[in-house]
Design a protein around this ligand. Structure first.
Ligand code: ADP
Ligand code: ZN
Length: 741
């Protein structure tokens, strides 16, 4: 009898003594649990199964054979094998690897790979809402008092039914509106037709004729496909054709029948990338990010598992999708910090992608114009290959970058744009070209204080100032999201009308632009003024159609957009990123400013970048002006090496938080008492975290620094097991920390 599915003990043995397997559940439990395999059921490692857990049923993955340690009476049988393609060995290894590396429970990592549990339920049809007779009557009845959003939803539903999320998106309202209509019977639940099968990207479509440098790079990348694991840094200035080059490698991987994963930072803002992909390959790619509706995530997860989705572009969590035929991974803007996930399982998606590539024995390409020091050092030391595109494509030239020393040419009182920048804007406007002003600070002003008593408006939950957002008429905490309206009187001295806004945010710069250039069409783009990805795409399209003269934005405008008429970039406060002073502050500033500068003059027109700074002698500013990235990276790397900082040494942070100051202190003392004393390991702290109070929790930090060869995970794990954490405190481990707040 041919077995379609192999059990661990062979078909006959399985029937005799009840076989036992370990099942990993997508929950933050210590490890996998044992279950017996009922007679007649065959399971193998990787199978998705449903098992009892207390009174619940939970879907999990068969992780391997059980040891017989657990008392047989306590072991329950698997309830069902689920009809989803089994999880590949490579993905299971990745989950264990990431759990080990980040000191997270494996189930917490598995949860990222099973983020849409009902995707396992093949039979489940997609339920949505459609319009019935009552709804149609309400629409037709002029006397029916329908709110505008409700009316829009009904109109949309009358055109085509959809899921709540889908209808809400089409009608530009919340899904609460849709559900409200369903409750009152104006919408009715309907079974939606299964979506049409995904059309595969067409690799046969011709790409552009590549320049010779591009052609060489593409050929070399293509040669790595199917040849096992390799990591390649694809290096080139903005506009040099890196995307075209990796598109060529993607086309080849698709031709070879492989799946491809592309990770982008801020996928929700990557409308131009998506359009470009669609032009090159004939169809839109499958997407994976947190702005997708549940139904879309479910379908995409299934399509990846079944192999129907050939290419996925996504944010960091796409790394854990259930590919079975992955042949190539691309990490675009590899230096971007948004690849580091800072809560839950704290991991770096770029680094863990390299791990996945090595487990899957496939090539991975890291793409950047301004690599991280880590990647540069990996290239220098021969672990990563490098392919280089030396010049911008076509006639586009790199912009000229000039520093504006704010000590010598200060802005007028209550202004933030220095006279030379204002003059350049005037010239640019008159030439019918576009300006971008960059300031990496949301809101109107970062600090509001009372002119009478000096009181500063603080967040009640965090050690942080409240940021005024005039656009929303709110004060907001950028750490916990707390929002309140501006108090009428100073809460400290009771003075009226005494508040003064200190410093600029993008909204305040927009105000200045409106005053000085009333005829210019200006728009602010920051994550909080954008209600969603569509809004971002819409603004960018308006810039492209030249309906906007001045684009004022935070780092969301720094990324990848290409505007032919944008010839002037003004950096309002280049020193901002250097303030934090953490280990990567200079690197990050350089990357961001370089990227922003790269927005200027990408077509025929030459570009000019004016950088306002109080520190023109700072190495970041000097490297920027001299366009000497490599020297800057070398200096940075030397500096890190001298201090034993990453990647020349290892860092891990331990963040302790408590309900009260005393609780945090007690817990920190407990850790301090059993601080590891090991050769090559230094422990700093406990110190109050820079954000001493975050979301109402009091915080202390330790920083562990180890020589390169030390297994820092062992040190941390050992330390954690020696401390009994009081119940009113929590501890988080951050291996390779990027944030030091
Ligand atoms: P990067 O990814 O390095 O920023 P892109 O691949 O986005 O560079 O290329 C910049 C611009 O030049 C894009 O509009 C792209 O389509 C165009 N381009 C690059 N290489 C070629 C080529 N060989 N032929 C035609 N257009 C190209
Ligand atoms: Zn707060």
């Amino acid at each position: 009898m041919p077995a379609t599915h192999t059990s661990f003990e062979g078909d006959s043995a399985a029937a005799a003594s009840a076989a036992r397997v370990r099942v990993l559940l997508p929950l933050p439990l210590a490890g996998a649990y044992d279950y017996t395999v009922p007679q007649g059921m065959n399971v193998a490692a990787g199978d998705f199964v449903s098992v009892p857990l207390g009174a619940r049923r939970v879907a999990g993955v068969v992780w391997g054979q059980a040891t017989d340690e657990v008392d047989a009476k306590k072991v329950k049988p698997i309830a069902a094998r689920l009809a989803a393609p089994p999880m590949s060995e490579e993905l299971r290894q990745l989950i264990d690897w990431v759990a080990n590396y980040t000191l997270s429970p494996p189930g917490a990592v598995l949860r990222m790979a099973m983020s849409v549990p009902d995707a396992l339920d093949a039979s489940r049809s997609l339920v949505g809402y459609g319009i019935g007779l009552p709804g149609r009557e309400a629409l037709a009845d002029a006397a029916a008092k329908l709110s505008a959003p409700r009316r829009r939803v009904l109109v949309e539903a009358s055109q085509a039914p959809g899921t709540a999320a889908d209808l809400a998106r089409r009608a530009a309202c919340s899904d609460g509106v849709v559900k409200g209509l369903a409750r009152v019977g104006l919408l009715e639940p309907v079974e939606l037709p299964r979506r049409a099968p995904l059309e595969p990207p067409d690799w046969r479509l011709p790409g552009p004729a590549l320049s010779s440098a591009q052609g060489i790079a593409a050929t070399e990348l293509i040669a790595k496909l199917g040849q096992g694991f390799s990591t390649t840094f694809l290096d080139g200035v903005t506009g040099s054709g890196k995307t075209e080059v990796y598109f060529a490698a993607i086309a080849k991987a698709l031709e070879q029948g492989k799946q491809v994963l592309v990770l982008l930072p801020e996928i929700a803002l990557s409308a131009q990338w998506l359009q470009r992909f669609a032009r090159r390959f004939g169809v839109a790619p499958a997407q994976w990010h947190s702005d997708l509706g549940h139904a879309e995530r479910r379908e995409t997860w299934r399509a990846v598992a079944s192999g129907e989705a050939r290419l996925v572009v996504g944010a960091r969590s796409a790394l854990f999708l259930p590919f079975h035929e992955l042949g190539l991974i691309v990490i675009d803007e590899e230096h971007d910090q948004s690849f580091k996930q800072e809560d839950g399982v704290i991991y770096h998606a770029r680094d863990m992608s390299v791990v996945r590539a090595s487990l899957a024995k496939i090539p991975i390409v890291l793409v950047s114009a301004t690599p991280s020091v880590e990647t540069q050092v990996n290239v220098d030391e021969g672990r990563y290959g490098r392919l280089h595109l030396p010049a911008r494509h076509g006639s586009a030239r790199l912009p000229e970058i000039r520093l504006l020393d704010l000590r010598r040419t200060p802005p007028e009182r209550r202004s933030f744009l220095a006279p030379p920048l204002l003059e350049a804007m005037r010239v640019t406007l008159e030439a019918g070209e576009q300006t971008m002003l960059f300031l990496n600070r949301r809101g109107y002003a970062p600090l509001t204080l009372c002119r009478q008593c000096g009181f500063r408006l603080n967040c009640p939950n965090c050690t942080a100032w409240l940021v005024e957002h005039r656009f929303h008429h709110r004060l907001q905490c950028h750490h916990c999201g707390h929002a309140e309206s501006m108090p009428p009187l100073c809460p400290n001295c009771g003075a009226a009308g005494s508040f003064a806004a200190c410093g600029p945010g993008v909204e305040r710069v927009a105000e200045e632009v409106a005053q000085k250039f009333p005829q210019a069409r200006a728009v602010v783009m920051a994550s909080d003024t954008l209600p969603g990805p569509h809004a971002a795409a819409e603004i960018l399209e308006r810039v492209e159609r030249h309906e906007i003269d001045v684009l004022i934005g935070t780092q969301v405008v720094a990324k990848g957009h290409h505007f032919p008429l944008l010839t002037l970039v003004g950096v309002v406060d280049a020193d901002l990123g250097l303030e934090g002073g953490d280990l990567r502050a200079a690197e990050r500033s350089f990357q961001l400013l370089h990227q922003v500068a790269g927005r200027a003059g990408r077509a025929e027109q030459p570009g000019l970048v004016l950088v306002q700074t109080f520190h023109p002698e700072n190495p970041v500013m000097r490297a920027l002006v001299a366009d000497d990235r490599d020297r800057f990276l070398r200096l940075e790397a030397d500096e890190r090496e001298r201090h034993g900082n990453p990647p020349f040494g290892r860092l891990a942070a331990l963040i302790i938080s408590g309900d009260s100051e005393a609780a945090a202190e007690d817990a920190a003392r407990a850790f301090a008492r059993s601080t590891p004393h090991l050769p090559g390991v230094e422990v700093f702290g406990p110190a109050p975290a820079p954000l001493q109070i975050l979301r109402g929790r009091h915080r202390k930090r330790f920083l562990v620094k180890a020589r390169r060869g030390v297994r820092i995970q062992h040190v941390m794990r050992d330390w954690l097991t020696r401390v009994k954490l009081p119940s009113n405190a929590r501890v988080q481990v951050d291996i390779d920390p990027y944030s030091f707040l």
